[in-house]
Ligand binder design. Structure first.
Ligand code: LMR
Length: 329
């Protein structure tokens, strides 16, 4: 990475705000890291930037990471194909976006399977969780680590206190069959949609609600176009920090070892920091005038009862043993 930015490259950066510059030198391997989230306080933004910073320092002269946040290089619908085509080298998609490649990741989407982020982290560190990192090797995907984002909460254009309040509403979901089934179990309609389109869809009434973490609700400003968010804690949002087999295999042994070590370190740091980031963004929503509905244990139990039937429906596809292993944390 060049130490001094030229005026010209500085101007180019301003002209193209999407590009988080690394000023790669000729001869350096350029690894583009594309993701869909934004803001400065989002756990994925922080982890992606930390990864780039470490690589650009420790592999200076060999490899250079450029980060493209906010769907500016690739959005949800294209990024996995782009990785296989070699148009991008690093991604961190939500685990709910791999339905075209594997059924097993559905385990992460089962409602209420993890009581909190610590349980999810503990599962990802277990033998079963680690095995899933390489579940899509046959496709050409390599999992470098799981980055937690947070638990998810429902928001809508009216207060949601009981699941019956959601009946008849249209909710934006990720492209996950489990998420679709879960919404249907609430007598509501799921509408799969790319992340970059959610704010506009909520604003114009194309959908009535959505489900996400505090960090996404804050950094995408969903609270501005929703009545309130309900603290349902119903599902996990986590990412697969990943590359392609082709890219990893193209690195020499030493570079690959350093690259993997940095990925491990950044993953660990990101997961240690995630709860604080979520708490901060929850408070940021309140400070910005967003409303949060806190449920009593009895009210929350009604959400559990409404959504849990999705488990049985996906048992065969995901595998009963895997579900049991994840639920045991
Ligand atoms: C979503 O589509 O709601 C999330 O997966 C976005 C993200 O990457 O956090």
């Amino acid at each position: 990475m060049r130490k001094i930015n030229s005026v010209l490259s500085g101007l180019a950066m301003i002209a193209s705000a999407s590009f988080v510059s690394a000023n790669c030198d000729p001869g350096e391997i350029v690894a583009k890291l594309s993701h869909v989230t934004g803001g400065t306080t989002h756990p994925k933004v922080v982890a992606a930037n930390n990864f780039a910073e470490r690589v650009n320092k420790e592999l200076n002269g060999k490899m250079c990471v450029e980060v493209y946040p906010n769907s500016t290089l690739f959005g949800d619908s294209k990024e996995l194909e782009a990785l296989l085509l070699g148009d991008v080298q690093l991604l961190a998609p939500s685990l709910s976006k791999f339905g075209s490649y594997t059924d097993k990741f559905g385990v992460f989407d089962l409602p209420f399977i993890f009581k909190d982020i610590d349980a999810a982290i503990s599962f990802t560190q277990s033998k079963e969780g680690k095995n899933l990192l390489n579940d899509m090797e046959n496709v050409g995907f390599v999992g470098l680590g799981y980055w937690m984002s947070g638990m998810k909460y429902f928001s809508a254009n009216k207060p949601l206190i009981l699941p019956s309040d959601a009946a008849g509403l249209k909710f934006r979901v990720q492209t996950s069959d489990v998420a679709k089934a879960m919404i249907k179990a609430m007598d509501a309609s799921p509408q799969p949609m790319a992340f970059a389109e959610v704010y506009g869809a909520l604003q114009t009434g194309v959908v009535d609600g959505q489900e996400n973490t505090w960090s996404n609700i804050y950094t995408q400003k969903f609270y501005e176009v929703q009545d309130s968010t309900t603290e349902t804690n119903h599902q996990l949002l986590a990412y697969l920090f990943m590359t392609s087999t082709e890219f990893l295999d193209s690195l020499d042994k030493q570079t690959r070892a350093t690259f993997i070590k940095i990925a491990d370190d950044v993953t660990m740091e990101a997961n240690l920091a995630v709860k604080a980031a979520e708490a901060k963004n929850r408070q940021n929503i309140l400070d910005a005038g967003g409303k949060i509905n806190v449920l009593t244990p009895e009210q929350r139990q009604k959400w559990v009862d409404a959504m849990s039937p999705a488990w049985k429906q996906f048992e065969k596809q995901i595998g009963a043993d895997l579900i049991k292993a994840a639920a045991s944390h």
